[in-house]
Structure formats: structure tokens, C-alpha cells
Design a protein around this ligand. Sequence first.
Ligand SMILES: [Fe+2]
Length: 335
Amino acid sequence: MKRRQLLFTLGGALLGIPIIGSLIYDAIAKSKTQNQTSYEPAAAKAPVAKSASTADAKVNSKVNSDAEISLETTEEPLLRFAAIADNGFGSADQMAVAKSMWETYQQKPYAFVLMAGDNIYSYGEIKLAKAYFEEPYAPLLKENVKFYAVLGNHDIAKTNNGLDQINYKPFNMSDRYYTFTKGEVAEGTVEFFAIDTNGNADWETQLAWLDLQLTKSKAPWKIVYGHHPLYSSGRHGSDPKLAAKLSPLFAKHKVPIYLCGHDHGYERFNPIDGTTYIVNGGGGAPLYKFTGLPQTAFVSSQHSFMTFDVYQDKIITKAIATDGKVFDRAIITKV
Ligand SMILES: [Fe+2]
């Protein structure tokens, strides 16, 4: 055990935090296993196993090498944040990801979490927020880690078209689409653009707003996130119509990262017109099969979350499994 980890554990044991956190996760995971929520039977019947498919293995071999491990650095980032999506399923898998998030936080604290939609299955009902959000992430919420949500397709079903979730304070949504800035050091400042990618979004107004906000932004890093992927090899696949709406703006404003979910698994693409697209939909709902695309840099359908370490000249992204292991890392540089 590393010294810092030991100190955390000893300190936490005195405070009772990590031990209680772990006990809570173990107990809830057991009960969740016995009470799995049913959702989309086709997906639930045929989840993709953790072991990579043929396509996974082929793509994984491109990056999962010792050389990539050298991306690890001891230099402390200027800002660190995490991200999840497709998490609010109330499942043992969600709890396993939440536990991994908490354990990672104890070793490498992050300031906040981007939550890229399908926050509450199956219909976004806010009455389930306690069970599917407040309980799974209780240790993080207690530490005042804030979650910044966007609306997924499941979040607009029985919620006054998402309004209930927008009004739910712990989701920190100032509107259907909004922007916020984080980072105490100027060089590490990130402006986030949280967007509504649902089909019934007011696209004309939203795209004009996004163009204006990206134009006005003085932040050295600009990250856009929404629920739906522009590019994906998962069950839902790429969305050329969404790409036609958004990718010209990403190219115009040199957006380095677009983060999303919707397809349940993890897929990172090599930069397309300068933007790195990442599907991060392994937050807890049943997994989908991914096949990989020519532009795919890494794909693995497993339950997971991400962290982002922001530096002046780069952002190091990590995809982290339920066992706490980093299974994909990448360096994103400015466009
Ligand atoms: Fe979705």
C-alpha cells in the first residue's frame, strides 16, 4: 500500500469515512443484485461480457501497450474532474462504478462530475433520484463533489420534458443547456458547454447560443458534453444528423473534446477534424456490444467512469473500471 493511500485509509478509519462508504456499497450492491431493475430486455439478455470481443481486442491492441502507460505523470494537474453517463439504473453495476469512483476519489480527489444523461432510468422520474442518484453517490455528495447533468432520452419521458430534473438542485442544471467554468489557475481553466442533444431540443436557438458562447469564451480549454454520440460503434451507432449540426461548430471553435454516453460502453476515437470524441456510457445500465470503427482508438464495453487531469498543455483522460484499474489513457492536446 502506498504511503498516501495508507494515510488516507488510516485517516479515513479514524473518521470512519472510507470504511463506512465501503460497507454501504457492499450492502447496497448485494441488495441490488437481488433486485435488478428491468430495462430494455434485448440488451439485458445479451450484455457484452467484460472480456473484449474480437473487434475490441483488435482495437485495444493499438493502444493498450506499455508505451501508453508512460502517459502517467507525477505532475499534479491544475484541475481534475470525473465523468459518467447512463448511470441512473439502480443496479449493482451502478453501485460498482460508484464504489470505484469513491475509491478513486480517496486516492486522487476530483472536484466535480459531468453526468452526460440517462441520469434516472427508465423515464427520468425525479422520485427515483434518491435511490438512483443520492444513495449511490452519497460519499461523494457528502464531500461536496458536485454533479453537472444534461438530459438523456430517458430523462425527458415522465419529467415534464426534463423540467423536473432541471429543477432538481443536485443536478446543478441552470437550464436545458448551459455553460460553466472551472479551474483556479488561468492556464487550467475549462469552460464546459452542457448541451441538450435530444431530438426535441430547440436546435435553432441552442446552436446559435453554442456558437455565441464558444466565440465569447476566454477559457484555454473548451469541453462540450451531451448525451448522444456523433460517432459510436455501439448499438445506437453514429448519428450523421447530429454530427452535421455540431461538428462544424467544434471545428470552428477548436473544441478538443466532446463527451457523451447513450451507447453503454466505452469508446474513444482518434481526433476527427481536431476533436476527440468519447463515448462514456458504462455508468451502470446494461452494456451494449461495440464493434469498433476505422477511427476508433480504443473500445471496451464495460462498466466504467472517466477522470480528466487538466494541465496547461494537455488533458490526460483515463477510463477506469469497477476494479479501479485504468483501462484506457490518452493525452488530448489543444487543437
Ligand atoms: Fe440514452
